[in-house]
Design a protein around this ligand. Structure first.
Ligand code: ADP
Ligand code: MG
Length: 427
């Protein structure tokens, strides 16, 4: 009996042992499975990281790129389109235009740090490093009357900026349109266009509209005559672009009239004649000095169209279209050469005076500091009177390497006309 009992005991213990063993095996298997899963996940993560690295290979700033993408993913983009109506009608209009990344910038994997989420908002995603070198973005929002993204063409920009100014001069007013910004940001592209037979610029589109308006019944019998001048201001001196860059003097007569003595003013009868003058002037502008871009970026180019009534010499209306000197020149105080430093100081002075004059125009009756620079002196009549309208287009390059200049440009434009920018982008 005892033997039997012994056998039973053995069997029972084997059973519990087996039970025990199976639960241990299960436990181990579970652990193993978990480990495998963890490894798999890690491998996936690593793969993802490697994939990102491959995508961004050669781009040291890919983390910023990803952060900007994340930020943009949370935004709803409702930019301006060409079918939008011109809703603003102010004496001072301030706009921003962002140009697309160019081929070279794309090749060098330049990160685009500018977003234009609304027709009047622009966001700069400024890349920053903490003390411990962690990367983060400082997102700064600016509001203007209109903001144009990289998809906008010159015609759309024109419709919202200079086109309303053509009406102003036919109402007997003085109008100015400025292209402001860093060298390479698109000032000349916007004003002069993209070269022969390609995209027209604001000069040409203004000329077209002037001749179109001239044929309107309400203007037809006013006997208006159209003429054009084109000159540049370099180092505070005026040069006639339609007379082999002859140097001209600026005089203020007893009646406080400012005149550029001997400035060529050509009577024009058609758009083609205006375009021909612009071509001649542009050729003169880029000839003589070293490279085309460096010379034109140091001078302000002023193209003007004047309406005179009948045979009287009285000005009926006038529009100034101005391709300003690169604003980075004004900031350049570190330059080794004395000439460049002096040039920079002169540009800085004129851009500051310009800002103050436009601000004074907005605050009726305040002191107008037009004698602060040659630029503001020759534009004096555009800063006084009720029938005066002005528009500034601040141009920005989209690249990360231009970020600081872009912020400077936006701050300047913001000071020209202060618009509250409290609206949250995320509501
Ligand atoms: P800036 O006159 O401000 O120095 P540019 O007008 O010469 O700058 O522009 C620099 C370069 O960028 C030119 O090659 C120009 O054609 C190009 N560019 C500027 N704006 C645009 C744009 N909106 N679309 C396409 N290319 C542009
Ligand atoms: Mg230019």
């Amino acid at each position: 009996v005892s033997g039997l009992a012994e056998t039973f005991k053995d069997a029972a213990s084997t059973k519990t042992k087996a039970k025990k063993k199976s639960s241990t095996v299960k436990e181990v298997e579970k652990l193993q499975k978990n480990r495998e899963l963890r490894r798999q996940k890690q491998a996936e993560k690593k793969e993802e990281k490697e994939a990102l690295l491959t995508i961004h290979s050669g781009n040291p700033n890919w983390q910023f790129q990803e952060m900007i993408k994340d930020y943009q993913g949370k935004l709803e983009f409702k930019p301006l389109t060409e079918t939008d109506e011109v809703t603003e009608n102010h004496q001072i209009t301030v706009c921003v235009r962002k140009r697309p990344l160019n081929r070279k910038e794309k090749l060098s994997k330049e990160v685009d740090v500018i977003s234009v989420p609304r027709k009047n908002l622009v966001v700069v995603h400024e890349p920053k490093n903490k003390v411990d070198l962690t990367k983060y973005l400082e997102n700064q929002q600016f509001r203007f009357d209109y903001t144009f993204d990289e998809m906008c063409n010159n015609e759309t920009v024109y419709n919202f900026t200079a086109k309303p100014l053509v009406e102003t001069i036919f109402e007997g007013g003085m109008a100015t349109c400025f292209a402001y910004g860093q060298t390479g940001s698109g000032k000349t592209h916007t004003m002069s266009g993209a070269g022969h037979g390609r995209e027209k610029g604001i000069y040409a589109m203004v000329a077209m509209d002037v001749f179109r308006c001239l044929r309107y019944p309400e203007h037809e019998n006013k006997n208006l005559m159209v003429s054009s001048s084109y000159y540049e201001i370099y180092g505070g001196k005026v040069y006639d672009l339609l007379a082999k860059k002859a140097r001209l003097r600026v005089l203020e007569d007893g009646k406080q009239q400012v005149q550029i003595v001997g400035l060529t003013e050509k009577i024009v009868k058609s758009v083609e004649e205006v375009l021909f003058l612009i071509d001649c002037g542009n050729n003169a502008r880029t000839s003589g000095r070293t490279t085309a871009n460096s010379s034109s970026s140091r001078s302000h180019a002023i193209f003007q169209i004047t309406l005179r009534q009948g045979n009287s010499q009285r000005i009926y209306g006038r529009i100034h279209l101005i391709d300003l000197a690169g604003n980075e020149r004004g900031a350049d105080t570190s330059s080794a050469s004395r000439i460049t430093r002096l040039e920079g100081a002169e540009i800085n002075k004129s851009l500051l005076a310009l800002k103050e004059c436009i601000r004074a125009l907005g605050r009726k009756g305040s002191h107008l500091p037009f004698r602060g620079s040659t630029l503001t002196l020759v534009l004096r009549d555009s800063f006084i009177g009720d029938k005066t309208k002005t528009c500034m287009i601040a141009m920005i390059s989209p690249g990360m390497s231009s970020c600081e200049h872009s912020i400077n440009t936006l701050r300047y434009a913001d000071r020209v006309k202060e618009l509250a920018s409290n609206d949250s982008l995320f509501e």
